[in-house]
Ligand binder design. Sequence first.
Ligand code: RFL
Length: 388
Amino acid sequence: MVILGAGPAGLVLGNLLHGSGIDCVILERASRAHVQTRARAGFLAANTARVLERHGLAEGLRRRGQEHSVCEFRTEDGRFRLDYSLLGRGERHTVYPQQDLVTDLLTRFLDAGGRIRFGTEAVAVLGADSARPSAAVREADGHPRRWQARYVAGCDGRRGAARRSLPPGAVHRHHRDHGVSWLGLLAEAPPSLDAVGYAVHPRGFAGHMARSPEVTRYYLQCERGSSANAWSQDRIWDELALRMRATDHGPLRRGRIVQRSVVDLESDVLEPLRHGSLFLVGDAASVISPSAAKGANLAVLEAEILARALIDDLVRGDPEPLDRYSAQCLTHIWRAQEFSHWMIRLLHDTPGPDGDRSFQAALRRSRLESLRTSRTHQDWFAENYVGV
Ligand code: RFL
């Protein structure tokens, strides 16, 4: 088995297959140091914790993860909080930085004798419509090489070789550009509130998400095409304080901004997620805007589904679960996409056919009011917010 990419998807898959005695190799373009320090997700769903627990991969998460269950909305009408552990299915998030999860999974895989080649870039997947597909790669020393296997798992993200190798027409790409951009920031600053903060403001959305007692992720809606470096540190903090209404609700704890990037809120889903002997997993299968923190959670969920199906096929000789992999994952993916789309419309003015800005703003206010007051709406929100 060849696995492309050592993100959450590839590493969960690798650990599960290796643990079942299936020979596999992970080919990763970046260095070990790079994958272990790439800060991205932080909010892990209850199901993600259960998957990791089930397979003995949750030790770090259990020791260092922080349980989290409150979000706070700040709007022109004031603020309200939802404790989603008391709503819906009563589940919580675990806050655990993605780079720590990746480090745990990587260490576990290598300690168990798993094979991973860093600095090895997949260039193409060849022969996916046959029973002997291969990955053509450029090795760390620049030499080309082929890795052949019974199956290839494309866990190499949205711009990886797996997607690029799909022949025209083999797979349909559903795509949506939400027309909204965020400046994603990582600050060396303690969280400013004990909740995830969503601020809806006439100047645009602002978000606050704890990562650890010392590090906080913030988001600022920005103009499409903005440069991440166009904002000075002072301007960022002033704008965050304004949109989060720090004067009314308490000051922000400022610190050095150590990472910044502009994220265009886009979603796509490939369908089906299988082309012959090639399977798509995680961001390679579907990209979801970070508005509802679903991407890493879907990656882990899909990796477990694929691992189980591969074990059924390769160990027990039953190919049927592999045939169902795509349909099974797509059900979860579309549910997450629908909720993420709903969150985007809750938090922003989105360009599109929904009418002029004042109409949209009034709709959004009504949606927020319903979320503040309706227990039914809150239960629906909680179930979708923390679930994948
Ligand atoms: P990854 O993590 O991108 O890993 C893919 C790996 O493949 C390697 N690679 C290749 N290797 C070999 N050959 C090639 N040709 C290759 N091309 C790429 C890459 O180096 C990399 O190591 O994909 P995976 O495993 O599918 O995991 C997906 C998640 O990383 C992603 O969905 C999340 O980070 C999304 N996301 C969040 N998800 C959550 O569930 N909760 C969150 O709170 C959350 N916050 C976020 C996020 C994504 C963000 N960005 C960067 C868009 C916050 C942000 C700012």
